[in-house]
Ligand binder design. Sequence first.
Ligand SMILES: Nc1ncnc2c1ncn2[C@@H]1O[C@H](COP(=O)(O)OP(=O)(O)O)[C@@H](O)[C@H]1O
Ligand SMILES: [Mg+2]
Length: 416
Amino acid sequence: MAVRRLTVFIYLPGEPIAVPAGIFTHDDEMAIGSFAYGRRYLERPDALPVDAVALPLGARPREVVTNGGLYGAFRDASPDYWGRMVIASEKRTVPEALSELDFLLATNATRGGNLDFRRSPDDPEPILSPPHFDQLPKVIEAARKIESHEPVDPHLLQILRQGTSMGGARPKCVVESDDALWIAKFPAKGDTLGIPRIEHATMTLARLCGIAVPETRLVTAGGTDVFLIRRFDRGKCAGGWLRRGFLSALSLMGWDERDRLKWDYVAIADAMRRHTPASDLRELYRRMLFNILVRNTDDHPRNHGFLVRDDGSLQLSPAYDVLPSPTQPGVGTDFRLAMSVGERGREATIENARSRAPRFGLSSDEAEGLVTSLQIAVSGWREHFRECGVPERECDILAPSFHRPERASDPDPFPV
Ligand SMILES: Nc1ncnc2c1ncn2[C@@H]1O[C@H](COP(=O)(O)OP(=O)(O)O)[C@@H](O)[C@H]1O
Ligand SMILES: [Mg+2]
């Protein structure tokens, strides 16, 4: 059956129970989707759009043909590589055998953002029981087996499934601890570096650079390091969990995941001027500089996000998934970010970032001040990583990532 329908629910501000907002019709073969708000929902004085950019209230909804026929906010609420592997494993099949709607419906109550997808408007609330922090060893054991394509005990798989709704490719699970939800990120099979510890060290370095980051922790569970990052789209309340809407930068821009040539920080800044406070543009610039300085080349538009405020406007979310992408020995130190930075395209140099500073609302003096303060803070990376327990050998491997020439044509000031 190629064409299927499901009901889109939304958790409105202050409400731990979702209400139906409309019907999503999806043609899996043609990869086309369309959404129509329900009349009763539109009559609510507190109605919020289910996708602030693609589906404003009151406008005639348009069909969506990007990203497999999913509106941006729907795609952001759907799992990626890792979540799809876990869901397929539970259904004893391969991810390719499942459709976009199967993944939307299979995702559980720990999914990102404030939406939910159910077969009918009368379907009950999904049960929210993400594993507790204490269950991490079991969760990690299940994750390891899935990565190795080994059979997983159904009981273990069930625990992992309850927390597997978030996007991203790396193995992870949402866990509850201290009255908050956290994304626990594990080492992946084949990692040659201790990624959880490096991610923790980089995120805390970003905080020292003045970037807004969620609380992060590095813990040991099941004999391995685990990186915990507190979810910024959930808050506990007496009746359950409150949720905030989430849109990735990919969704803000209406880009397709395959449209890599369009991905551009300046275009995001231009769009943000219509949706977010002016200070968020400067914060985006700061994050772009930081990505250059730490060689985070995985800064694609789904690794930047926006939260929906109670009045329906957007704000840049705290930063996530920021860590150096290790250089290949002997490959040199020139590199590109995943999105265009300035007049020299994706070239990851400070000079390139300077070229478009005014588009982020910064005078050249302000941009210069920001560059200097970030360069100073990042120059202390090694000591900071050491304090976070990153082994000396791994710091050596990462060192070339932190040595940035000002311009691509300049000799590397710290040749290795
Ligand atoms: N602290 C957070 N709170 C809420 N959602 C988050 C948070 N961190 C990441 N996310 C969401 O989860 C997705 C996957 O997390 P990410 O760290 O990017 O994993 P991966 O390294 O596998 O790409 C992100 O694309 C984002 O949508
Ligand atoms: Mg990511």
